[in-house]
Every structure is written in structure tokens, then in C-alpha cells.
Design a protein around this ligand. Structure first.
Ligand SMILES: [Zn+2]
Length: 129
């Protein structure tokens, strides 16, 4: 535990991209590859509020799909590769790019959730009741 009591100035993007606590920016956010820890090991913030849902997967699909299709088209125009070679190249690329981006995107979404709700779980009905 640190003795720091003021946590101003922690950027949700910096904390999320580094998979760090959205309040202190030091503790680990994940206890596995994508499993959110119970609490921050530095400041003790409970991560009960963290629920990114399918947000990271949706946000990753668009850039990864765009990048892979562009690479597919460029390599096909340059080298005229058979379709099976493209599949052998780009299917693993989709998996690798997605796995590389999933954790930082999930971290940023959780950090933004903390920044907008102050560590409280947002109401399930969106606050309309
Ligand atoms: Zn913390």
C-alpha cells in the first residue's frame, strides 16, 4: 500500500493501456490475461464496478478487420497469392491482433467507466428511472 491519498491526474487512457488501477495508476487491474482482479493491490480500490461487457471486442473488430483486409488486398495486388495462402496468413493475424489489443482496450474501458462513475457501478437501466 502507498501512503498517497490524492489520486488526481491519473489518465484513464494511460492507466488502461498499461492495465493499471484507474484510481492510483499503480496497482494491477488484471489477475489473469483478461480476468479483472478483485481489488487494486496498491490503493485497495474494489473493482466491483468493472463491467466492460462486450465493448472491447466490438471496438477491436473494426480496426483489426480493416487492417487485415487492407493487408490482404495489398499483398494480393503485389504478389497474387492463392486464396489458401491468404487464409494461412490472415486468419492467424486476426487472432494475434485481437489478442494483443483486447487487454489494453478492456483496461481503457474499465478506466473510463471508473472516471465517469467514480468507482460506483452504473445503474442497470442507465439512470432513467
Ligand atoms: Zn489503485
Amino acid at each position: 500500500m502507498t501512503t498517497q491519498t490524492s489520486y488526481e491526474g491519473v489518465s484513464p487512457f494511460a492507466a488502461g493501456l498499461r492495465s493499471r488501477c484507474p484510481r492510483c495508476g499503480e496497482g494491477h487491474l488484471f489477475k489473469g490475461f483478461l480476468t479483472v482482479a478483485d481489488h487494486c493491490d496498491s490503493c485497495g480500490l474494489s473493482y466491483d464496478f468493472a463491467d466492460s461487457g462486450d465493448g472491447p471486442a466490438i471496438l477491436i473488430m473494426f480496426p483489426v478487420g480493416t487492417i487485415v483486409v487492407l493487408l490482404w488486398l495489398i499483398t494480393d495486388a503485389m504478389f497474387h497469392l492463392p486464396a489458401v495462402v491468404h487464409l494461412m496468413l490472415w486468419l492467424p493475424a486476426v487472432v494475434i491482433f485481437s489478442l494483443l489489443l483486447l487487454r489494453p482496450f478492456k483496461g481503457v474501458l474499465i478506466a473510463m467507466q471508473y472516471a465517469s462513475h467514480g468507482g460506483k457501478r452504473p445503474p442497470a437501466n442507465g439512470g432513467d428511472a
